[in-house]
Ligand binder design. Structure first.
Ligand code: NAD
Length: 395
């Protein structure tokens, strides 16, 4: 079957099954090679991991590193479309299939669930799946790694059934910038009006920390937490040039709420878990980040600079470093900044990197965008995230 990418405004509407599977395999090879068996032998590595938002981007890398880097039993939950007569499935659908197939081949227990993580029903079903997976592996049903890696435009609150929709908008003043079209290198001016109070509230409802807290309560109620449990959720901060639309905008408010939730979880479940952390990750090309105004231009410049300095990482490299150097160190201590956050955005935020990126962003024009930015790398990563442009796949 020949499938070509269908892309509109940095959104890809289809996916390639074999390409997705090949992408998963590539990440598996990386995890196997780079997460040594040493930590597992020292008993600090996870044996049972639950990943919510497991199918693509940072969540998929988190699952692969746990399952294939450490040989952990993994239960993954995501919300994906199955293929139909008219449409291919979403990339995550094929990634989950490929993950389960490879896990079975390697003798690792894995269960993948498809459904709405915000609902009570999926929380119960997931807890049951965790128990099932542990029983199959003959290990205690105690989660020692819980990764919360959701990125969603909507959330239905299970308490009142109201559906909230998030908005990526500035707060207080309009934002104007330019958005790079990764396919042809053109720029379009972007003007985003400031968010209303309601839009801020709704975005916090969707992308804030309330649901993470509900997950922790649900897992505790089912007896699935233990003093070994480490919980982590992901955030982004980025350079000041993006703050108007990101850190100081609606999404930033939601991420502040994620940090509030983290503090709450650490208080409430103190005696039950090892700890909860928010990890600040690097800006990368995923289905979510490609649609945030100005971020594609920033990322293409960032990649150019970081690749030039030999500092570039993708999702799998970031998460392998998160596990090896932060969450599952031999001594067991988790390095954090003064706000208790893990910083694997440390290389991105280095002074020399940021200065070089800022300088580059100022000089980019439609005429030099192909030479002076890594637009080709951005486009490749974006296509690869949908199973296209993957090495070794016959399209
Ligand atoms: P992504 O779009 O690649 O993946 C999102 C995941 O959430 C998918 O597995 C999807 O199936 C799942 N999902 C969405 N709605 C769901 C629902 N209702 N029920 C179950 N699953 C659902 O996103 P990503 O870019 O990997 O982002 C993951 C997290 O990392 C987010 O919190 C994001 O803010 C953060 N982060 C991203 C970047 C970046 O540059 N991409 C940088 C730093 C932090």
């Amino acid at each position: 079957m020949s499938i070509k990418p269908m892309i509109r405004n940095n959104i890809c509407l289809n996916a390639h099954p074999q390409g997705c599977a090949a992408g998963v395999l590539k990440q598996i090879e990386y995890a196997k090679k780079h997460l040594s068996a040493a930590e597992a032998a020292q008993n600090t590595a996870p044996k049972l991991a639950l990943i919510v938002g497991c199918s693509v981007g940072y969540g998929l890398a988190s699952r692969i590193c746990a399952g294939f880097g450490y040989g952990a039993v993994t239960v993954g939950l995501s919300f994906e479309n199955e293929p139909s007569e008219k449409r291919t499935g979403t990339p995550g659908f094929y990634n989950n299939e490929a993950f389960d197939k490879e896990a079975a081949k390697a003798g690792h227990i894995s269960i993948s669930l498809n459904g709405d993580a915000f609902s009570n029903e999926m929380k119960s079903k997931t807890a049951e799946a965790v128990k099932q997976a542990a029983a199959k592996a003959g290990i205690p049903a105690k989660i020692d790694l819980f990764v919360y890696s959701l990125a969603s435009p909507v959330r239905t609150d299970p308490k009142d059934g109201v559906m909230y929709r998030s908005a990526i908008k500035p707060i207080g003043a309009a934002f104007s910038g330019k958005t790079l079209n990764m396919m042809d290198g053109t720029f379009s001016p972007t003007e985003v009006e400031p968010a209303t109070e309601e839009e801020i509230f709704n975005t916090v409802k969707v992308m804030g920390g309330e649901d993470w807290e509900l997950w922790m309560d649900a897992l505790e109620n089912k007896g699935l937490l233990s003093p070994q449990t480490k919980a982590v959720a992901y955030t982004y901060i980025g350079p000041e040039s993006s703050w108007a639309i990101y850190k100081n905008g609606t999404i930033g408010k939601a991420k502040e709420d994620l940090e509030r939730a983290c503090r709450e979880i650490n208080k409430k479940h103190a005696s039950k878990i090892n700890g909860a952390w928010v990890s600040v990750n690097k800006a990368l090309v995923t289905r979510s980040s490609a649609v945030i105004p100005t971020i594609p231009l920033y990322i293409t410049c960032l990649f150019k600079v970081m690749k030039g300095m030999g500092l570039h990482e993708g999702c799998i490299e970031q998460i392998a470093r998160l596990y090896r150097d932060c969450l599952f160190t031999a001594g067991g201590n988790v390095p954090v900044d003064n706000e208790n956050r893990i910083r694997i955005d440390d290389w991105e935020m280095r002074d020399d990197v940021q200065k070089a990126v800022a300088k580059r962003m100022e000089m980019i024009t439609p005429e030099n965008v192909f030479e002076e930015t890594d637009i080709n790398g951005f486009r490749h990563d974006f296509l690869e995230a949908h199973g296209f442009d993957v090495e070794g796949v016959q399209y």
